[in-house]
Design a protein around this ligand. Structure first.
Ligand code: PMP
Ligand code: GLU
Length: 397
């Protein structure tokens, strides 16, 4: 008898390209190759000491048992306060739940919201996991083409048209955007929310990069806009702001009936997110980390400026300054054309011959581009840029 086989849906799900590239870079390094990874976006800073200590104290104090499925009541209360103090958003603790990372929160939300076959709008370039997360929830992702001439911020009318044509039920927004770094103005976001409201779409707003803003950019949540609050689920957390990636803890906030349903699903699927991480997350929400966060933001900004300057010195590469997050979306279409390679093959060659790991734009539905994460150390970024410049000089004659 043949052994068990994955079903049709499972066979159609791809591995996260960002995580696959990070794993490949790590394997090459383990094999003795001197690879620099600007692949997965993960801050190089350690988890802040008070947050790490709260986790250690939880272990030592025996706080290692199951919690309520939605998370500890104290964490839900702390997270509600955090949404208010950081973003001016009012939620009751019952409108906030903890999950295993922002990914867990996205999955719980989509599992609650999507009916089989529902179209969900994704704005390219989108974060790599959205299409498969929608498919896992039995939805149908529909991708809107990138709008580089609009700073990667779609207009309401473009969304309205796609919603009408597809009979869409929801949309995923991600500002500041991964991989584009796009941050809409308040007016641009209002235009998007108005279109979503007119089309009756729910909004899943992934705001995991909300505190990483440059050049005076400001974060606005769709939930803070008229007509936005009642249709928006927010995903946020400390993964990027507090180097909390490996602790696997994120938040979902929004209307109570959806949160209640997401909690019921989570109770069956996960039980609860890691108890130790929940206790450390209370410190993220309640502690005062402004000084440390400002230092980190300044470091990201310096790296961002360095990259914009240096990448634009390299022939055949262009980089518009990103306004948020920690990614540089490099336009490599001229380089691809000159080498007669697509972006996937270019990334492969850069990794094998240039020893720099990057992510091909195709993974985000923007072919001909490369995503560089500048959450790596300044030293690594400098060396990586020098290697990219040498690679281009040697190959593109
Ligand atoms: N959303 C976006 C836009 C991301 O870039 C990431 C990558 N970490 C996530 C969600 C997932 O975050 P987490 O590690 O908290 O699951
Ligand atoms: N979100 C990060 C990235 O886009 C981390 C990897 C992942 O979770 O996909 O690189």
């Amino acid at each position: 008898m043949a052994g068990p086989a994955p079903n049709t849906l499972a066979r159609s799900i791809t591995e996260s390209v960002t995580l696959a590239i990070a794993a490949r870079a790590a394997a090459l390094r383990a094999a003795g190759r001197d690879v620099i990874s600007l692949g997965a976006g993960e801050p190089d800073f350690p988890t802040p000491e008070p947050v790490a200590s709260a986790g250690v104290s939880a272990i030592r104090g025996g706080q290692t048992r199951y919690t309520a499925a939605a998370g500890l009541p104290e964490l839900r209360a702390a997270a509600a306060e955090w949404f208010q103090s950081q973003f001016g958003l009012r939620f009751t603790p019952r409108q906030v739940m903890a999950s295993s990372g922002a990914k867990g929160a996205l999955h719980m939300a989509l599992t609650c919201l999507v009916e089989p076959g529902d179209a969900v709008l994704l704005l390219a370039p989108y974060w790599v996991s959205y299409p498969d997360l929608v498919r896992i929830a039995r939805g149908r992702p529909h991708v809107l083409e990138p709008v580089p001439d609009q700073g990667f911020v779609h207009r309401g009318e473009q969304i309205a048209r796609a919603a009408r044509e597809q009979g869409a039920k929801g949309i995923i927004l991600n500002f500041p955007g991964n991989p584009s770094g796009a941050v809409p103005t308040a007016a641009e976001l209002r235009d998007i929310v108005d279109a979503a409201a007119a089309a009756g779409l729910w909004i899943l707003s992934d705001e995991i990069y909300a505190t990483l803003l440059y050049d005076g950019a400001e974060h606005h949540s769709p939930a803070a806009l008229p007509g936005g609050r009642e249709r928006t689920l927010i995903v946020n957390g400390g993964a990027k702001s507090h180097s909390f990636t490996g602790w696997r803890l994120g938040f979902l906030a929004g209307p109570e009936p959806v949160i209640d349903a997401a909690v019921r699903i989570q109770s069956q699927v996960l039980g609860n997110p890691c108890t130790i991480s929940q206790i450390a997350a209370i410190e993220i929400c309640r502690g005062d980390h402004r000084e440390e966060n400002a230092r980190r933001l300044q470091a990201f900004d310096e790296r961002r400026r360095f990259l914009v300057e240096e990448i634009n010195r390299i022939p055949l590469l262009r980089l518009e300054p990103p306004r948020g997050a920690f990614y540089a979306l490099v336009d490599a279409r001229e380089l691809c054309a000159s080498l007669d390679l697509d972006d996937v093959a270019l990334c492969e060659a850069l990794l094998e011959d240039g020893l720099v790991a990057t992510v091909p734009g195709s993974a985000f539905a923007i072919p001909g581009h490369l995503r560089l994460s500048y959450a790596a150390s300044t030293k690594e970024i400098r060396e990586a840029v020098a290697r990219i410049a040498r690679f281009v000089a040697a190959r593109a004659t």
